[in-house]
Design a protein around this ligand. Structure first.
Ligand SMILES: Nc1ncnc2c1ncn2[C@@H]1O[C@H](COP(=O)(O)OP(=O)(O)O)[C@@H](O)[C@H]1O
Ligand SMILES: [Mg+2]
Length: 267
């Protein structure tokens, strides 16, 4: 049984349906990445899993139990932590207060232990517990946001664009951290604009186009696609490609990553 399973999930904002009939699984201990153009629905998917949005149709199973009707706090208590796009830390509060807010769903007795866990991953936070979070750099704020998510002792961490607005020097740190989290047994769903780095640490990926999954597979297959290499992963790749499967993949990915009409249609 997968740790998390979405079956035929459709969700939107008001009348505007965004995700359509999404089927997706997370197995225990995986890093799974979501790829797709801006506006494809990656953040909407993360919000549907954490409970910020309720599906209009479909079901979401955590360890086989339906959770789609549960409020966000209960999903957090059951082990789903969401680190949203744009971080959304409390800029006027201290590091300690931000971490405390992340721990509210867990047992009191766990707090000290969780803090130790977070400090081993982010030694700088230990030194800066009394500092105001808003004074941190983008990368430090992202690390604080992840640390806050970890305070709830999650089984699943939903990371939405963790490298966005982070200085290039720190981006690698964040990806290495995500690999360390997997080694700690945490299952990770990663939405990333930085597709090459995301695929290089992920086990599998899903490609979204206008709210639908158009492609899914092992990261290595997606990385070896010529179209991802040329058009989505940036310049300079010399990926070896062979076989009709890769060619078919490439043809589909061209449309997915560069939807001609997408710029005109967004509000
Ligand atoms: N709060 C919102 N209200 C209405 N529409 C939204 C809202 N947030 C996102 N959308 C729309 O949902 C679609 C998917 O957005 P999003 O999930 O943020 O995509 P991604 O994270 O892949 O860039 C877009 O068309 C976007 O305009
Ligand atoms: Mg997004």
């Amino acid at each position: 049984m997968p740790l998390l399973e979405l079956k035929n999930v459709s969700v939107g904002y008001g009348r505007n349906r965004v995700l359509q009939n999404v089927d997706l699984t997370l197995e225990r201990g995986e890093i799974v990445t979501l790829l797709g153009a801006n506006g494809a629905g990656k953040s909407t998917l993360a919000k549907s899993i954490s409970g910020l949005l309720r599906p209009e149709a479909g079901t979401i199973l955590l360890d086989g139990a339906p959770i789609e009707a549960l409020p966000p706090a209960e999903r957090l208590r059951r082990g789903i932590a969401h680190v949203p796009e744009g971080r959304q830390i409390f800029a006027g509060m201290t590091v300690a207060e931000n971490l405390e807010l992340g721990a509210y769903a867990s047992q009191e007795a766990d707090h000290a232990e969780r803090l130790e866990f977070v400090w081993t991953l982010f030694p700088i936070l230990r030194e800066r517990m009394k500092d105001i979070a808003g004074n941190f750099s983008g990368g430090q704020q992202q690390m604080l946001a992840i640390a806050r998510g970890l305070m709830s002792k999650p089984k699943i961490l939903l990371l939405d664009e963790p490298s966005l607005g982070v200085a290039p020097l720190l981006v690698g740190e964040i990806f290495r951290l995500i690999v360390r989290l997997r080694a700690q047994g945490i299952t990770i769903l990663l939405a990333e604009q930085n597709a090459r780095q995301a695929l290089s640490i992920a086990d599998r990926g899903y490609v979204f186009e206008n709210g639908k999954i158009t492609l899914a597979g092992p990261s290595v297959d997606l990385l070896n696609s010529p179209d991802i290499a040329e058009r989505y992963l940036g310049m300079g790749s010399a990926t070896e490609v062979s076989g009709s499967a890769s060619a078919a993949l490439a043809g589909r990915l061209r449309d997915v990553m560069f939807p001609a009409a997408s710029e005109a249609g967004q509000a």
